[in-house]
Design a protein around this ligand. Structure first.
Ligand code: SF4
Length: 70
C-alpha cells in the first residue's frame, strides 16, 4: 500500500560548506551554485524513489545543513 506522506528537503545555506557530498550521493536532488554551495534541484516534494538517497545525504552532511521536512 502506498504512502501519501510527502517529504521536502532544504539546505541551510548559512551552514553549508560546499563539500558536495550531497550532490555526489544524490545528484538528482542536490546541485551547486556558482560558489560550490549546495542547492536543491527539486521544486516541492521529493519523489518517493529518491527519499532514501535524501535521507542518506542528510545523515552524511558534515555540517548538518540538510533538513528534511516530513
Ligand atoms: S554535504 Fe552538506 S555541507 Fe556539504 S555541500 Fe552538501 S549540504 Fe553543503
Amino acid at each position: 500500500m502506498g504512502s501519501l506522506r510527502s517529504v521536502r528537503v532544504t539546505v541551510d545555506s548559512g551552514s553549508c560548506h560546499g563539500h558536495q557530498m550531497c550532490a555526489i550521493a544524490a545528484p538528482e536532488v542536490f546541485g551547486s551554485d556558482d560558489l560550490g554551495y549546495a542547492t536543491v534541484l527539486i521544486d516541492g516534494d521529493v519523489p518517493a524513489d529518491l527519499e532514501k538517497k535524501v535521507r542518506r545525504s542528510e545523515a552524511n552532511c558534515p555540517e548538518r545543513a540538510i533538513r528534511i521536512v516530513d
